[in-house]
Design a protein. Structure first.
Lengths: 428, 371
């Protein structure tokens, strides 16, 4: 009974094995869930001896929004709007993973142009996500200027996202069977401008940090996690690549035609926070390369951005109006005034949606944080039977105790920053 | 001393007190504006022209805020700690000469509250008192984060005080004076920053650490310890800590100006308000030093606690000691063995170093070949 109580209060490891009393010689501090550098609402229960961390247990669940469960009560298409909110810093990856999974169940493939646009927005999203990592990571180590610089550049990318999708986050832009609408007329121009500006800015961060003695001191050799341990724990993404394993789903199990793009997978072998920093910085450059190639392809690649099958394609058409992106007036007139059949079709598709044949599928994409997998089960109805998200933040987070036990409190901050967890993805 | 003398003294104290408050207000505004500039932001804009009254607004807000008294605190100590943080910071400034003097009612009024003959020791003593505020606040809060912050900060402040003290010893040895006025007197030919540049650097680093400014702001590292030793403080008590901290910053900048940058010395027009020039020069120099502090804050990440202590004890203090030794040698040796002897000895040491630098690579190479 005492054991049960001890386990329930989350302090089992902090009690003396013999007496059951809390150990007195060490100090227990609760880092989070309200703490400036726990990336939202992560809670770390740290047992300290002076400044040295003896034990650490991460506690999660403070941002649980029931995204997975909610998808079971909505149509397949509505699932996109839910999953995009899971890991809110990389919404396009969630949408892409989910849509690819459903498309595989349906046995369809998005048109070529949609594939290229998907790659394009995903790689931009990778950069914007890494910029948030750089900004918050810099701030947590006290480099406040870096925070502002990171968010400044992210803002440029979000502006382009807004121009393309109408929203800065949670876009619901990638849909089953393609993307909801084509790039705006001046889209290519805006993207070119971005490609012109960003490389110089990334060099600037490197100038500011890469050889900065204090930055090196705070990162080199900090939070080590060797490759074997990464593989044991299922850690993926930049952390695994910084440990010398060149695992990248874009190369290993390509989707959306990634095999046809030219890019390198940056790998380091030091397996510390600094190696992760270098890997992520280089990934931003590689993503820019991919965006450039995608942009070139779009030039002479006409065609639809949504499959033709009316039983799959989302019927409403969108267009840019004076108040931003919204329903296309011509389409509204068509269904409301001209065609009864179109209205019925619209109604059926919006309320009931796609019918997906029974089956189950696991589809993974390489998100900025690692392997983002969607295990989707259909029982043949209009709703998913189960959508399980394998979020890389969730899996990577369990490496925290390994990384910081025996190190200092300040290193715990550097370790969490180098993990780059997004609690929205962890708790889903 | 008659009544007029007393009145002038009180007036001086009040004027310095008020000036310091205004200086802190402007320093905080200045820091926020400069950092905003670095970070492509605008900084405070609303309160007063270009946001210059922002600190006043913040102060008023903090003054009227509820002072929360957490349940676990040790009441008397908790209440007295912010006062201890603020008082010595004011007192330290008493010996800083911020100008020459002015004649009022036929009396010579110096621009300094008190010219103690041990002026610099007074400053060291007062800044050391600041440690008590931090320790007591951290302990009396009865909470984990403040305790950690207090432990960090007391260790840091005590260690870096040694380094800072060594830099001051070097300057004092060099100028042969203990009172602040005397040190400025001694800089009439050349500012100490030139012959004593290493001591200047040590002093600035020690000063940054002593005032808990970035990159040494471990005591209140907001990303690690939330707010460090003053986590549990709110309202006017928090404002006192804040005020004390910035007062210390201004004092360190003023002391750096006095010891190394020639104090109030600077060119001025003959005959035109002879007291105004030195005052302006002093302010300009203090602002320059503060600007360097802000620059450092905008650029550098925060050090880690153990590395900070390593740096303090293994780099800064040995370096300071060697520099004190060198300064002592330069000051004392000419008196003992004459100028000629010193030159000869210097030449001999230089020759030996050169010889060693020629021989060392040969030995090194042979060892490499052997292995």
């Amino acid at each position: 009974m005492a054991d049960l109580d001890a386990a329930r209060d989350g302090m089992a490891g902090l009690r003396d094995a013999r007496t059951g009393e809390l150990r007195q010689e060490t100090m227990v501090i609760n880092m989070g869930p309200q703490h400036p550098s726990t990336h939202g609402v992560l809670r770390l229960l740290l047992e300290l001896d002076g400044e040295t961390i003896i034990s650490c247990r991460p506690v999660i669940g403070y941002l649980h929004t029931g995204i997975e469960k909610n998808t079971e009560y909505r149509t397949w298409m509505q699932g996109v709007t839910y999953v995009t909110r899971a890991d809110y810093l990389s919404p396009f990856f969630n949408e892409l993973g989910y849509c690819l999974a459903v498309e595989r169940l349906l046995g369809i493939e998005a048109p070529e142009r949609a594939q290229v646009i998907r790659v394009l927005v995903n790689e931009l999203n990778r950069i914007s996500s890494h910029l948030v990592w750089l900004a918050t990571g810099g701030m947590e180590l006290g480099a406040v200027s870096v925070m502002l610089y990171g968010f400044r550049e992210r803002e440029l990318i979000l502006d382009v996202f807004e121009a393309i999708t109408g929203l800065r986050m949670n876009h619901a832009y990638i849909r089953i069977g393609g993307v909801i609408m084509d790039l705006p007329e001046d889209g290519a121009e805006q993207l070119r401008e971005l490609l012109r500006v960003l490389p110089g800015r990334i060099d600037e961060y490197e100038d500011l940090l890469s050889a900065n003695p204090i930055w090196l001191e705070r990162n080199v050799g900090v939070a080590p996690l060797p490759a074997e341990r990464c593989l044991e724990l299922g850690v993926t993404g930049p952390i695994l690549r910084a440990a010398g394993v060149a695992a990248d789903l874009r190369k290993d199990e390509p989707y959306c035609g990634y095999e046809t793009y030219e890019f390198d997978v940056p790998v380091r072998t030091e397996a510390d926070a600094y190696a992760r920093y270098l890997v992520r910085i280089e990934e931003m450059r590689q993503s820019l390369r991919i965006v450039e190639q995608a942009l070139e392809r779009l030039e002479d690649l006409p065609g639809p951005v949504m499959v033709a099958d009316p039983k799959v394609a989302w019927p409403p058409r969108l267009s840019v109006g004076p108040d931003g992106i919204g329903n296309d007036p011509a389409y509204l007139r068509h269904i409301m005034e001209e065609s009864m059949e179109a209205l019925i079709h619209h109604f059926k598709m919006v309320t009931q949606g796609v019918e997906v044949p029974p089956g189950e599928v696991y589809q993974a994409v390489e998100s900025p944080r690692g392997e983002l997998g969607f295990y989707v089960v259909s029982d043949g109805g209009h709703r998913p039977y189960r959508v399980k998200i394998r979020d890389p933040s969730f899996v990577n987070l369990q490496a925290t105790p390994d990384m910081i036990q025996g190190q200092l409190v300040a290193d715990a901050i550097a370790a969490i920053a180098s993990l780059d967890p997004v609690m929205g993805g962890v708790d889903r | 001393m008659d009544a007029l003398d007393w009145a002038l003294l009180v007036a001086r104290v009040v004027a310095v007190f008020a000036a310091l408050l205004v200086a802190v207000m402007l320093t905080i505004w200045f820091e926020r504006k400069v950092i905003a500039d670095f970070q492509t932001r605008t900084g405070p804009l609303r309160a007063g022209p270009r946001g210059i009254l922002i600190t006043l607004a913040d102060g008023i807000k903090l003054f009227f805020k509820e002072g929360i008294l957490p349940a676990m605190v040790d009441r008397p100590v908790y209440l007295i700690a912010p006062v201890i943080a603020m008082l010595p910071a004011f007192l330290a400034f008493a010996v800083v000469p911020f100008g020459t003097s002015v004649t009022l009612f036929g009396r010579e009024v110096p621009f300094q509250v008190a010219d103690l003959n041990v002026g610099i020791l007074w400053i060291l003593a007062m800044t050391s008192m600041g440690v008590y505020a931090v320790v007591l606040a951290g302990w009396a809060s009865g909470s984990n984060y403040p305790l950690l912050g207090a432990v960090r900060s007391s260790a840091q402040m005590i260690s870096y005080e040694v380094g800072m003290g060594l830099a001051i010893v070097a300057v004092l040895t060099y100028s042969g004076e203990l009172s602040m006025t005397g040190v400025i007197e001694a800089q009439s030919r050349v500012w100490n920053v030139i012959p004593q540049f290493p001591a200047f650097v040590v002093f600035l680093i020690g000063g940054l650490a002593e005032t808990n400014r970035p990159p040494f702001d471990l005591a209140e590292a907001e990303s690690e310890l939330v707010a460090g030793f003053h986590t549990e403080y709110s309202g006017i008590r928090f404002a006192m800590f804040f005020l004390g901290e910035y007062l210390n910053t201004v004092t360190v900048a003023a002391v750096a100006t006095t010891l190394f940058l020639g104090g109030w010395r600077g060119p001025w027009f003959d005959g035109f308000a002879p007291w105004l020039g030195p005052l302006l020069w002093f302010v300009v120099k203090v602002v320059a030093v503060l600007y360097v502090f802000v620059l450092i804050r905008a650029t550098l990440p925060r050090m880690r606690y153990d590395r900070l202590m390593n740096f303090g004890w293994k780099v800064l203090i040995p370096f300071g000691l060697v520099w004190v030794l060198l300064t002592g040698a330069v000051v004392v040796l000419p008196q003992e063995i004459g100028r000629r002897g010193v030159l000869l000895a210097g030449a001999a040491v230089l020759g030996l170093v050169l010889l060693a630098s020629f021989v060392a690579p040969l030995v090194q190479r042979r060892r490499e070949v052997a292995s």
